[in-house]
Design a protein around this ligand. Structure first.
Ligand code: NAG
Ligand code: NAG
Length: 348
């Protein structure tokens, strides 16, 4: 038998390791450090009250809602870490995670707990059968995931005592204090605040059958046709409940099933209901599109101006590009928040 090259066994070991990684879907995450309130934060905790209930119902807490699933959990964990790290009152933040009813919620809960042992969080089950019947197929199948529509149901999913929430997508990181975003003044009757873009061309978001229908095409008459990205929103849940906006969104989705009025997924119903009627937030709170071009996957640059939140909306995700060794330049800004335990990294 010919002698084996001295590299043979290390090579075999590497191959076995790679095979193990490929077959083992469970990802392991590092533990995040504990974050503490600064001395001037409002105190939400009293000795004689149940801490859990207090923070999850307090108007002084900052309520953050995100979805949670096994595909995007790495992004969600990075987002949570970024929120905590830049917050002056991290212990006053309550995270409300919405998971699909068909997901293993105890596993998701355990994953979050092991990386964030001190986090105030709850996991809610979202019965996606309610929405899956309303979804028509759109260009990108990721947009058809029922969990994508959970943001329209927050007013029903979260407890009634939660009156205001900041909704965040899982493919973003904050580099500023979320308290500033959460404190957005919604005025006397606005339901929703988000960065908006008023030079949008709405013609391309909706189909010719929408525009050629006399009553439908009047939807945006007398409204500033401003586009907004639904990945970052401040929502007044009391007003949402009062106006039953979930039903209004569902009605557009039902119409979409009968006569295709738009091409993309969960965004157009939001535009149909809210565009032109939201409170504008500074653009720094959603530097979106960093996922790149939907069709060719090209890298995108930041929009001009300051940055408080980086959002990798679009097809490419920073963790996938970093793993593939083909990152876009701005993916380096996401990497410091990645909690994934890489098998080759030494435990620290
Ligand atoms: C859910 O995950 C837990 C681990 O946390 C595991 O023990 C359990 O078998 C899983 N349940 C299902 C239905 O896969
Ligand atoms: C808006 O888009 C439509 C088609 O997508 C195009 O025909 C129209 O010229 C555009 N309008 C402006 C003002 O750019």
């Amino acid at each position: 038998m010919p002698p084996k090259s001295p590299l043979f066994f290390p090579f075999l070991l590497l191959l076995l390791t790679l095979l193990t990684i490929a077959t083992n879907a469970t990802q392991h995450f590092k533990e995040a450090p504990q974050f503490y309130n600064s001395p001037d934060c409002p105190s939400l905790f009293c000795d004689d009250e149940d801490t859990e209930t207090t923070v999850f119902c307090s108007d002084q807490a900052i309520h953050v809602a995100m979805t949670l699933d096994s595909t995007y959990i790495r992004g969600s964990m990075a987002a949570v870490l970024s929120v905590l790290q830049h917050s002056s009152c991290p212990q006053n933040i309550a995270f409300h995670f919405v998971a699909s009813a068909s997901a293993n919620t105890s596993l998701l809960r355990a994953t979050i707990s092991s990386s964030f042992p001190y986090l105030n969080f709850r996991v809610y089950s979202f019965d996606d059968s309610a929405v899956s019947g309303l979804i028509s197929t759109s260009i990108r199948s990721a947009l058809d995931c029922p969990l994508n529509y959970a943001r329209s149901y927050l007013a029903n999913i979260l407890p009634l005592c939660v009156r205001r929430v900041v909704y965040l997508d899982s493919d973003l990181v904050l580099v500023d204090d979320i308290a500033k975003l959460a404190a957005t003044d919604l005025g006397k009757n606005s339901v929703l605040a988000a960065p908006e873009y008023c030079n949008a061309n709405f013609t391309s978001y909706f189909t010719p059958s929408f525009w050629s229908n006399p009553s439908l095409s009047l939807t945006f008459a007398n409204r500033k046709a401003c586009y907004f990205n639904t990945g970052v929103m401040v929502i007044d849940l009391d007003r949402w409940r009062g106006g039953d906006y979930t039903t209004k969104i569902e009605e557009w989705m039902e119409l979409q099933k009968r006569m295709r009025i738009y091409e993309l997924g969960s965004l157009p119903p939001f535009l149909l209901v809210f565009a032109g009627n939201i409170v504008p937030v500074d653009h720094r709170w959603n530097q979106h599109g960093l996922g790149g071009d939907n069709f060719r996957g090209l890298c995108r640059d930041l929009h001009p101006g300051p940055v408080s939140l980086l959002h990798w909306s679009g097809k490419g995700k920073p963790w996938a590009r970093l793993d593939a060794n083909r990152p876009c330049p701005l993916d380096a800004l996401w990497a410091p928040y990645d909690l994934l335990q890489t098998p080759f990294a030494l435990d620290s």
